[in-house]
Design a protein around this ligand. Sequence first.
Ligand SMILES: [Zn+2]
Length: 312
Amino acid sequence: MAADVMMADVMVAVDVGGTGIKAGLVARDGTVRLRRRCPTGADRGPAAVMATVLRVAGDLAAAARADGRRPRGVGVVVPGVVDEDRGVLVWSANLGVRDEPLADRVSAKLGLPAWLGHDVRAGGVAEARHGAGRGARHVLFVAVGTGIAAAQVVAGRAVAGAHGAAGELGHVVIRPDGPGCGCGGRGCLEAVASAAAIGRRYAELAGGPADASQVAAGVAAGDPTAARVWREAVAALADGLVIGQALVDAELIVVGGGLAEAGETLLAPLRAAVKERLTFHREPALVPAALGDQAGCLGAGLVGFDHLEVAG
Ligand SMILES: [Zn+2]
């Protein structure tokens, strides 16, 4: 009994990204230990990605036991359309996976309960509970990176939607005559204002390749082309955030993802542009994410503990 009480419960947490896997052991209080990283290697095909996820999760469960901790389950988060109730990854363009019963496969292999979550929703939960959204009840987390996605988090829980596809703010059409989008649409927010879109737009105007962080540096250095590209992207993002705010009435919008690393170069003009567009809606505080690229892994652990509680 005493030994059992001494054993600290942990959740094996795995964030499977398009390029990298971030994993660790998450405790109930939100601390993360034994962090692990490895490439996803999505180009190897879905079977190889799945094998890597199983290996990483298995290694961490073993490491937890060796460390005198009790792994209570496995939380895995992925990008794409996720059926959280059934633990099925319905479709992930980034991972090239369709209709994968991921939670069942992890559970069968490791002999532990396993749950599947959506990477941005899990990241939003982590930011809301332990990061930039602490203390706020209504948080809209917006991840702006290669793509754009959002998570509405209310009282620490993310809204998944009827089909696991809530929060696709990146595919709201804001420039109907704008560039084509990976989803098949045209003028989606993601096609205009993601980090990838900013890089493409700069290359189009300046004739040379650049990524979004270089464009941000160009803004600070007074490059007029960079300033123009940035202005266009900020205007589009503000249009998108105002739509988000009209739908969810957040007290706090947390901006994460790679583009948020530009800090106030992004947030200061974005705040001004959002304020200018709002009519009767209350202005949300606009803050940078606090957890960086660790939000998904922490969120995976929290998703696991949440399910464990429901299961009793
Ligand atoms: Zn789209």
